[in-house]
Design a protein around this ligand. Structure first.
Ligand SMILES: O=C(O)CCC(=O)C(=O)O
Ligand SMILES: [Fe+2]
Length: 224
């Protein structure tokens, strides 16, 4: 049975406001909010498809000359890119020369709401990186550090195939925990956790009713 509709006065219709048994504190400043985007997922995925029509998924290259296995695009005022000159944020899509597609209201509302639930009120993202993983694709351990203000948290939304999130520490050599992420899960990290190393294990083979052989991840940031 579908979940009951929120009353019409709900300012954020469609959001899953309930806590979940899989909710988990990953460490000081970092929370897994399980399933918070599940109800909205079909709408989010339709918005991703519209964004990818204007700004196609592409495999970016690194300064070292490698091609990233994760396919990426962006929406919002700023988009994260990597090329032979390194990592940075741009206002335009280098592939098309056009500004990145606008961030849909449903995206910013979800990010703001889940950030507030995790203890970061007033989060207004200006960048949403959209990652697409296929089975075998991984994201090696890294810190998100191309943003101006590390006081702003990161909000990360998982859609489609499940994945194992690697959650380390501020130092690269810190022990790494394996955190299963499912469709609709939201991870928020900031404050003392803002520069924790994290990554995604190679995606296992599988097929999801909404995304097929893929996992989509939305990473919301205040970049500028
Ligand atoms: O796919 C994920 O869950 C993590 C993505 C990530 O860490 C990033 O894009 O910087
Ligand atoms: Fe990251």
């Amino acid at each position: 049975m579908p979940p009951p509709r929120p009353p019409p006065t709900d300012p954020l219709p469609g959001l899953d406001l309930e806590s979940d048994a899989r909710d988990r504190v990953l460490g000081p400043g970092a929370l897994l909010l399980a399933g918070r985007a599940r109800t909205q997922a079909p709408d989010l995925l339709a918005l991703v498809a519209a964004i990818a029509d204007a700004a196609p998924f592409r495999h970016m290259s690194t300064a070292g000359g490698r091609t990233m296995s994760v396919a990426m695009t962006n929406c919002g005022a700023l988009g994260w890119i990597s090329d032979s000159r390194g990592y940075r944020y741009t206002t335009r899509d280098p592939l098309t020369g056009a500004p990145w597609p606008a961030m849909p209201d449903a995206f910013s509302a979800l990010a703001a709401h889940t950030a507030a639930e995790a203890g970061y009120p007033g989060f207004t993202p200006d960048a949403c990186l959209i990652n697409r993983y296929e089975p075998g694709t991984r994201l090696t351990l890294h810190q998100d550090r191309n943003e101006r203000d590390f006081d702003q948290p990161i909000v990360s939304v998982s859609l489609g195939l499940p994945a194992v999130f690697l959650w380390g520490g501020p130092a690269r050599a810190d022990p790494v925990r394996r955190v299963p992420l499912e469709h609709g899960d939201v991870v928020v990290w900031g404050g003392p956790a803002r520069l924790v190393h994290h990554g995604i294990n190679p995606l296992p083979e599988g097929s999801h009713p909404l995304t097929g052989r893929a996992r989509l991840n939305l990473t919301f940031r205040r970049a500028g």
